[in-house]
Design a protein around this ligand. Sequence first.
Ligand code: NG6
Ligand code: CA
Length: 496
Amino acid sequence: MATITAQNHAQTQAPAKPPNVVILYADDLGYGDVSCYGAKAVQTPNIDRLAAAGLRFTDAHCTSATCTPSRYSLLTGEYAFRQKGTGVLPGNAKLILTPGRTTLPAVMQRAGYRTAVIGKWHLGLGNGDLDWNGSIAPGPLEVGFDECMLLPATGDRVPCVYVDDHAVRGLEAGDPILVSYGKRIGDAPTGRERPDLLKMKWFQGHDMTIVNGISRIGYMTGGVKARWVDEDMADAFVTRGKQFLQANKDRPFCLYFATHDIHVPRVPHPRFQGKTTMGPRGDAIVQLDWCVGELLNTLDELKLTNNTLVILSSDNGPVVNDGYVDDSEEKLGSHRPAGPWRGGKYSALEAGTRVPFVVRWPGHVAAGESAALVSQVDLLHSLAHLVGQPIAEGDAPDSQNQLDALLGKDKVGRDHLIEHSGSLSLRIGSWKYIEPSQRAAYDASTKTELGNAPVAQLYDLSKDPGETTNLAATEPERTAGMAARLQELRAAGRSR
Ligand code: NG6
Ligand code: CA
């Protein structure tokens, strides 16, 4: 029998008619990248509209400072650091979610929802050595989604094709796809050999197979007609997203819409190019905002807005130059992608995981701002509670029922949170402890302060949001206490 842990009983009762759920998940979007979180150089009217009618969180986190582990946690309710093999995956990785385990979409399915993932997946596909020309499984459909349209890994990794359910979209007989992350395959010139063929040059890595004038990580041959056009990607996902909303307007649904924006390569549609003074990175934010607007408009048109819980967030903090020559540094100006926080994508510092997070559910979530400490790892348990589904004791080991915090009734949220980059940090209230680490303190290629140090670090974010003054030496007891607590949470294999 499934049981619910007592500590996770929240006040909120499951409503008589649970709402639809739409999770809008941006890629590499920083805390300061949207205008409702303070951006001036780019305007995001649609995300702002969502925030104006909803709750804007100021201390909300993805679980990790990179993509795969954050997505793993979002869907499983388990901190990714607990499992090996959950780091940034190559495009030919096998599925890292075990079919049959409790996942966020599986819980929604159990509650009678139609579930879909549209957009970036990056959790692997198949059982290893996948044949992209056959049935692509296991994948989302084996872990709780009823349907999918995928960017399989990342925009900068091969294979550069969409997957619809179990098959590559538009694959022609006689032009099979081969993918390699080891030896070079095919005789087409690479980005390293022929930079003159590129419309966007690589800066670091990203120098292998050329697709649509952009060289990628990894090699692919074949599937020429099936290859995506980066400029059309946002439209492709939005079209599919609208279809899903339309097709399911009369029944409960859960849509996980994971954009490619604003990850590299940043190649928005021509109608968004030049819309900001910041070059492709700024223009990709405008495109992201357009996608959000299209889906919100569709909910309005279908009269679903009042009965739909919309959550918008990002999978990790911001990065400026992530490996392509795209003017992102040159044209940044005074824009601060991380807002007031230090670090960024890849970093143990606060900007690694503190991301925009907005919840809108008209009539149920009062508009405003919340400083509650919340994490994406809690969505599984919180949404399970919302739709009246129990979570068995051993499942979703780090996912707390924080529904009251998400709905704005609880202003505190979590009493602790682990942040993960390469090393681990522990948040308790405004205190942040970063464990000692031999990892690099700085990543020169992305110009990111990684925040690692061989000694323990302790910051009081209420007085020092920029993590500038290490209090470990002046607060030895607190430091030791937090180190011990982190060790305990790690060793326990669970934290709820
Ligand atoms: C890095 C890539 C970066 C990005 C990242 C994953 C290089 C030099 N850098 O290895 O461009 O793809 O992986 O990003 O290749 S994430 O958002 O999917 O985690
Ligand atoms: Ca990312």
